[in-house]
Design a protein around this ligand. Structure first.
Ligand code: C5P
Length: 398
């Protein structure tokens, strides 16, 4: 990757530690030099010898090693590379760093470094979902740490779920992205996500089955590239993106207010499935069913169009991206939407009776711009989030 770059690779004590050897090989193929650091517990999974043999570098593991300290002090070591990568980042290591503890070489380096730190979490699904871990992750996100993964899948302990370390190839891609300066550092990006809820009365409402998966995946990918993400979301069951500023809303009007009171933005991505109408005659009391009476009349009024307003605003973001879910004539309708809303890109997906992407993990989208139309193959929403982030970086560099 052009001029030689260097990373410090901190290997934590988890079963995924063995994958660090493959990661080093992949990085070497890209001419990225690796300084390996092994925690004491990681020595149970990989040996210094195998690491030294593969990396062809000295392996550091002891904070109080006199020889190491005279050769290269730990503060110097923490600044010796262009990026610090922690893979696997165990719950313990994450907990220590989130709470400012520095009782070994790895945690001391992470606290002392003046470089960005990319964490590849790896742990059992229950450990990942524990409120203590989630709060540590949130804190680290706010401190500016970057994340890759974790993935969902089978675990070494026999359980299934979120917590598997990202694959070495994915960690490598994320490292390259950050080293190349392919980051979105200092970009303020709005992501709207999920459905909106329009109240009929305190119990009933009009909404849709948007899961918020796509908006969350996009926000996660953007945070991982260093962006400051403002995430305005309707009610969903998906865990919020770590490291983003979360603004929960209910109705389209709430979303409109949240969007316009937190701007201006460099980039806006409107992935929310906003209700086009609200109930003008909504009731503060539960509407009672009366025997023999017809269904009460619901009067619908159009909601403000957030995407269109953003696209036409005085402080228009330099890139505005909208979504279009269409049941027919996908390209034609989405192209018309691109023009009528005044945005730069539309991510279009087809809604069919048998295959609706709403709530699904995968999606097949078409990217519609003023000068091109590109169909992306079917992939996970997480992949779409990453691919879209790369596309955004290309736009930023134009
Ligand atoms: O007009 P339609 O609802 O199909 O447009 C979809 C796109 O417009 C999505 O990007 C959605 O987030 C955005 N939208 C909006 N405000 C509305 C309606 C839609 O931002 N009131």
């Amino acid at each position: 990757m052009g001029k030689e770059k260097k990373i410090t690779l901190i290997i934590g004590g988890g079963i995924a530690a063995y994958k660090s050897l493959e990661l080093i090989r992949l990085l070497q193929k890209e001419c990225i030099e690796v300084i390996p650091i092994l925690t004491k517990s990681a020595e149970n999974f990989v040996t210094s010898l195998s690491l030294a043999a593969i990396s062809k570098k000295k392996v550091y593991s002891d904070l109080f090693d006199l020889n190491d300290e005279t050769e290269m002090g730990h503060i110097q070591l923490s600044r010796a590379a262009d990026l610090v990568v922690v893979a696997p980042a165990t719950a313990n290591l994450i907990g220590k760093v989130a709470n400012g503890l520095a009782d070994d070489l790895a945690s001391t380096l992470i606290l002392a470094t003046d470089k960005k730190v990319l964490l590849a979490p790896s742990m059992n699904v229950r450990m990942w979902n524990h409120p203590a871990t989630l709060s540590n992750i949130k804190k680290l996100g706010e401190y500016g740490f970057l994340f890759v993964g974790p993935d969902k899948g089978d675990m070494a302990c026999g359980e299934f779920g979120l917590g598997r370390m990202a694959e070495p190839s994915e960690i490598k891609d994320q490292i390259i992205s950050n080293l190349k300066g392919n980051s979105l550092l200092k970009k303020k990006i709005l992501v709207t996500s999920g459905p909106t809820v329009e109240r009929i009365d305190p119990i009933r409402f009009i909404s849709n089955n948007s899961s918020g998966l796509q908006g969350t995946a996009i926000a996660n990918a953007l945070v991982n590239l260093g962006a400051e993400v403002i995430f305005v979301t309707g009610p969903t069951n998906v865990p919020h993106p770590v490291g983003a500023k979360i603004i929960p809303i209910e109705s389209a009007k709430d979303m409109h207010k949240a969007v316009f009171s937190n701007g201006p933005y460099d980039i806006a991505i409107c992935a929310a499935a906003v209700s086009d109408w609200y109930v003008q005659n909504n009731s503060n009391r539960k509407i009672k069913k009366k025997d023999g009476a017809t269904f009460p009349h619901i009067s619908l009024k159009e909601n403000p169009d957030i995407l269109a307003e953003l696209s036409k605003s005085k402080t228009r973001p330099s890139l505005v991206i909208g979504f279009a879910a269409e049941t027919e004539q996908l390209t034609k309708n989405a192209t018309e939407k691109l023009k009528s809303k005044g945005c730069d890109l539309i991510i279009a997906n087809k809604i069919a009776k048998k295959s609706s992407p709403l709530g699904e993990e995968n999606n097949e989208v078409t990217i519609i711009a003023n000068t091109y139309i590109k169909k992306w193959t079917k992939m996970s929403k997480v992949e779409i989030g990453k691919k879209l982030s790369q596309l955004i970086i290309e736009y930023c560099h134009q």
